[in-house]
Design a protein around this ligand. Structure first.
Ligand code: CTP
Ligand code: MG
Length: 229
């Protein structure tokens, strides 16, 4: 089955501190936004891309789409105050198709094989997310004092993409809006319906570029992939 993907790209990149949207920063001389778009442009199962953008970036994004010949972008939708609002705006513009993915534009290292595994799981259960087992020991802490140690085997760090049957994601977003619930990922909205969410194991390379040191990790991942590391 094919899918459409919503890429939230309307953030300000405050923690990156570049003075502009971090997606315009370059890795190996190519903007982060384009690295991410190319994954979907080159995936034969991807039927269309909807980009949620900040109006101040529109002109620059359009130039990049032309320059790098990205053809699958069906719509540029104005983002909202929070990531969830940006995705909801985009979701309202999706007309056809059954399977919908949401993927942070700030995660350029997602691989096609994981996208395909994710879609397969979401076709079976209606909702699936990519995650990796937690590596660190995790503790709950209050006022700098340890409350307890959480059993690590049950903890997963969750990434994007997250894939859903369209009707399920729409219901989840409508519910969240009417109940003023703001989640940190899309699955947390689906969990509240409630609807079960399947976890597909991904890889640790699929980082979200958030702070300046992430750019060094990102260059290292690119080098590793080019086989020169
Ligand atoms: N995003 C969005 N709309 C918002 C906020 C974020 O579309 N109102 C997008 C970002 O562009 C990014 C993804 O959601 O691709 C994940 O968000 P995050 O990593 O937090 O990026 P920013 O919000 O840009 O960064 P910061 O929080 O440091 O300002
Ligand atoms: Mg943010």
């Amino acid at each position: 089955m094919g899918y459409q993907v919503i890429l939230p790209a309307a953030g300000q990149g405050k923690r990156m501190g570049a003075g502009k949207n971090k997606l315009l920063l370059e890795l190996s001389a190519i903007p982060i936004l384009i690295h991410t778009l190319r994954v979907f442009e080159e995936d034969e199962k991807c039927d269309g891309i909807i980009l949620a953008i900040h109006p101040q970036d529109e002109a620059e994004f359009n130039v990049l789409l032309k320059q790098y010949q990205i053809e699958k972008v069906k719509g540029l939708v104005p983002g909202g105050k929070e990531r969830q609002h940006s995705i909801h705006h985009a979701l309202k513009t999706v007309k056809d198709g059954e399977m919908i993915l949401v993927h942070d534009a700030a995660r350029p290292f997602i691989r096609k094989e994981y996208i395909h595994r994710l879609i397969k799981a979401a076709e079976e259960t209606g909702a699936a997310i990519i995650g990796v087992p937690a590596k660190d020991t995790m503790k709950t802490v209050r006022n700098r004092t340890v409350l307890g140690t959480v059993e690590r085997s049950s903890l997963w760090a969750v990434q994007t993409p997250q894939a859903f049957r369209m009707s399920i994601l729409l219901e989840a977003y409508e519910n969240a809006e009417s109940e003023n619930f703001l989640g940190t990922d899309d699955a947390s909205l689906v969990e509240r319906i409630p609807h079960p969410v399947t976890v597909v194991e991904g890889d640790y390379d699929n980082i979200k570029l958030t702070t300046p040191e992430d750019l060094f990790f990102a260059e290292a991942i690119l080098k590793k992939r080019k086989g020169s590391f």
